[in-house]
Design a protein around this ligand. Structure first.
Ligand code: DX5
Ligand code: ZN
Length: 230
């Protein structure tokens, strides 16, 4: 468990939202208690799915003041960093597996004035983080293989969270987890050391009238496990 609990943040992933009403969905999930908007950018090459370009991020930017957390599943990623920064991304994370120049990508994100994150697939060892610990504001551990929402949480992620938490302890680096997050595993994730919980299906299920209930269930489970008062 983390020795100094940091605030739990819940990040609705709009991949699970109604794309025909995207702006309204962004507004609704933040009004319902989401802390940041998680935006999955997929290129049909690094991952077998296609989603949002920078123009879509720009179009939904006015829907909320909440930060945009942009998860880039793109290779090569460097040419897209500035367009997404300009479109309104606040945090931009790049996969360690997406190319040979992770450090350069992180420099580009910070040069664009945005917070930089590194994402690790479930099959990637956390040792790749060591050389870039001074260059990141966030680590995102995938708890499913990236590309699709609605997949089952991979339990080995919990041990990885503990190991990465130990690596980043004492640094201003957030630990985010993405994939298969539900009220049932949020407590274990928080206890292992996760700060930011991304949730798609478990936030957007049952329609807008239930977003607040869905988000509260994840947050309450996480905070109870950490012993943090709201
Ligand atoms: C998967 C994406 C996730 C996805 C999570 O590649 O990175 O952000 O939206 O969806 P759920 O919460 O449904 O597993
Ligand atoms: Zn994601």
């Amino acid at each position: 468990m983390s020795s100094a609990p940091r605030p739990i943040r819940i990040l609705p992933s709009i991949l699970a939202s109604d794309f025909a009403r995207l702006g309204e969905e962004v507004r609704a999930c933040i009004a319902a208690g989401g802390d940041m908007v998680h935006i999955d950018v997929m290129d049909g090459h690094f991952v077998p799915n296609l989603t949002f370009g920078p123009d879509i991020v720009k179009a939904i930017r006015p829907a909320t003041d909440a930060p945009f957390d942009v998860h880039m599943m793109v290779a090569p990623v460097d040419p897209w960093i500035e367009p997404f920064a300009k479109a309104g991304a606040d945090v931009i994370s790049v996969h360690a597996e997406a190319g040979p120049h992770l450090h350069r990508s992180l420099q580009l994100i910070r040069a664009a004035g945005r917070k930089a994150g590194v994402v690790l697939n479930p099959g990637t060892h956390e040792s790749v983080l060591e050389p870039v610990l001074d260059d990141i504001d966030m680590v995102l551990l995938m708890s499913v293989n990236p590309g699709f929402g609605g997949q089952k949480f991979i339990p080995a992620t919990l041990e990885k969270i503990r190991r990465v938490r130990a690596m980043i302890e004492g640094r201003a680096i957030a630990l985010e987890v993405d994939g298969g997050v539900t009220p049932d595993n949020a407590g274990a994730l928080a206890a292992a050391g996760a700060d930011w919980l991304v949730a798609g299906s478990s936030v957007f299920k049952d329609g807008p009238a239930h977003y607040a209930r869905n988000i509260a269930a994840i947050r309450n489970a996480a905070e109870a496990a950490r012993g943090v008062l709201v």
